[in-house]
Design a protein around this ligand. Structure first.
Ligand code: CUA
Length: 187
């Protein structure tokens, strides 16, 4: 190889190294910027309100007595699902909600930390004794889903799950009678 040929290939190698050096440094800088941004973003948002509840009296009085669990249409038209998790089941064992409508969940635990996720949807929350977990989401697709507990809660954890049924809005509204709690638990 001639003298010039060696120099040319060396220059190509140096340029390639520099190029990759810049790309890798840019990726690292972008990741660090992302970490700083999300950290500052979350730290600058106050936590949503914290609602506490006495887990020892859940079944005796208040919002989470058995007769008040399930899906209800509130006076203001909001669809609210109330549920309680306990070792090793959810109450009610089958939730019924309308599709295409915002659904608010209100849940808590009567013993240890549980959680649930509805199928492959973004409905996913932890249920912590002493606290009321709440979030609102809309289910687009109708059909049956499984709702497993996703926080290890003891030896029966793997067997802890509920059924979840999303029905068309008209079908749901047809089932709603004022003040009644809906579930899809077969009696
Ligand atoms: Cu309840 Cu795991």
């Amino acid at each position: 190889m001639s003298e010039t040929g060696t120099h040319a290939s060396e220059a190509v190698a140096v340029a390639a190294e520099r190029r990759w050096g810049i790309i890798v440094a840019a990726i690292i800088a972008a990741l660090v910027a992302m970490m700083i941004f999300t950290g500052v973003h979350w730290a600058s948002m106050p936590p949503s309100r914290v609602e506490t509840i006495d887990p020892r009296t859940l079944h005796i009085s208040g919002e989470f007595v058995e007769s008040n669990l399930g899906t209800a249409v509130e006076a203001d038209g909001k669809v609210v699902v109330r549920l309680v998790a306990q070792q090793y089941s959810f109450e009610p064992q089958c939730m019924l909600v309308p599709a295409g409508t915002p659904v608010t969940f209100r849940g808590t635990s009567s013993d240890v930390v549980h959680g649930f996720v509805v199928g492959t949807t973004n409905a996913n929350v932890m249920l912590i004794p002493g606290y009321v977990a709440t979030f609102t989401t809309t289910f687009r697709k109708t059909g049956a889903q499984l709702m497993p507990c996703h926080e290890y809660c003891g030896t029966g954890h793997a067997a802890m799950w509920a059924h979840f049924q999303v029905v068309p809005q008209q079908e749901f509204m047809a089932k709603v009678r004022k003040g009644e709690r809906l579930t899809c638990v077969s009696r």
